[in-house]
Design a protein around this ligand. Structure first.
Ligand code: GTP
Length: 337
């Protein structure tokens, strides 16, 4: 079913004290978000009481044979289903925001929405935003493995507390965030003052913009963490979508959680590109755009990896190249030290 018939969900993640509640409090005062249902997964965060507010406990159930990212958030499933009941009682809402605890891994949330037969029929994940405290960001990145996941999964990073952060410190945080997730949008927000559009997907395409800016092949050394690395490619001809799907499925299957993120804008010979967006082996339904953004017409693909060497992706792509219908070029490589 097309997303226009479904209710968008924005997931808001970020370390403890990084400004999630401050941002949401301000945003939820805006008339455009009047019919927003908010789910928070911890108690004590009331104050958004003019909105539908659901609270969930952090109980997770491991599905048989599932890896950690496939933990179904049964609590979330129940909350979203009860929102559907409310909707049927004419208490209409047109958006859901899920605010996670600072320690949460967002992947099970995405998994729950994308794989539950009822939920996937009624909801779609429009955007994942992660708040990062500019003042303490470097420390948080170093000490919190959860933040690495949250940054990796994010479509947008909201950089908070820039008002109390020296510019060079802020630039240092931005540099590290870009190394972790080169395809993310980074938006500075002070005391939660943001446009309402911040919780929506970018209007004409995913936040893959930053990849377009990097036309030159770049090899960076990763200075903060030993095991998060990324590699991106461009393709000069349209891709065979079926062959690409087979290659990607096999790759994701073989590498499980170690492919933390895959994102792409792919030319498959249609008028517009296909938007590919995956978190671990959970792939969002591919989105077919009607046209290419700003006359650009070249496929881009990025992988964010943990533990595995980016070279193995390169080699795998090379082996499969003839089936894909296009040569490829390395665009950027962020390697661990
Ligand atoms: N100076 C400054 N303070 C901020 C900014 N954003 C948030 N704060 C302050 O940072 C503190 C923590 O903000 P919260 O919004 O509660 O953070 P949170 O991520 O919801 O925290 P948890 O609920 O504990 O996970 C509060 O005292 C906010 O007023 C900002 O941009 N600048």
């Amino acid at each position: 079913m097309n997303n226009i018939y479904k209710t968008p969900i924005t997931v808001v993640t970020g370390c403890l004290g990084s400004g999630k509640t401050t941002l949401l409090r301000k945003l939820l005062k805006k008339p455009e978000l009047e019919k927003t249902a908010v789910i928070v997964n911890e108690f004590g965060q009331v104050g958004l009481d003019h909105h539908l507010l659901r609270k969930t406990d952090e109980t997770t159930i491991l599905l048989k044979g599932g890896c950690i990212c496939c933990n179904n958030r049964e609590d979330l499933e129940n909350e979203l289903k009860s929102l559907l009941n409310l909707d049927q009682k004419q208490e209409k809402f047109n958006r859901v925001i899920i605010e996670t605890t600072g320690m949460a891994d967002p992947a099970p949330i995405l998994f729950t929405v994308l794989t539950n037969p009822i939920l996937q029929h009624h909801f779609y994940i429009e955007c994942v935003i992660t708040t990062v405290d500019a003042k303490n960001g470097l420390l948080h990145i170093k000490n919190n493995p959860e933040l690495l996941k949250q940054v990796t999964v994010a479509d947008k990073i909201i950089l908070t507390k820039t008002d109390i952060t020296p510019p060079n410190q802020k630039e240092g945080v931005i540099e590290q965030l870009r190394i972790i997730n080169p395809a993310v949008d980074i938006i500075e927000v002070v005391n939660g003052d943001a446009d309402v559009g911040i919780i929506e997907a970018n209007s004409n395409r995913p936040s893959i913009d930053s990849m377009f800016e990097k036309k030159d092949k770049k090899i960076n050394k990763n200075h903060y963490s030993s095991d998060i690395q990324s590699i991106s490619f461009t393709f000069n001809k349209p891709l065979d979508w079926t062959a690409f799907g087979l290659w990607l499925s096999a790759l994701l299957h073989a590498n499980g959680e170690n492919i933390m993120r895959v994102k792409g804008l792919l030319d498959v010979g249609e008028k517009g590109p296909i938007v590919l967006n995956g978190v671990q082996h959970i792939i969002h339904p591919p989105d077919h755009l009607n046209e290419w953004p700003e006359g650009e017409k070249q496929s881009h693909l990025i992988f964010i990896l943990r533990v595995i060497d980016p070279d193995s992706i390169y080699k795998s792509l090379k082996t499969f190249q003839n089936f894909l219908g296009s040569d490829f070029e390395l665009l950027e490589l962020n390697k661990a030290l």
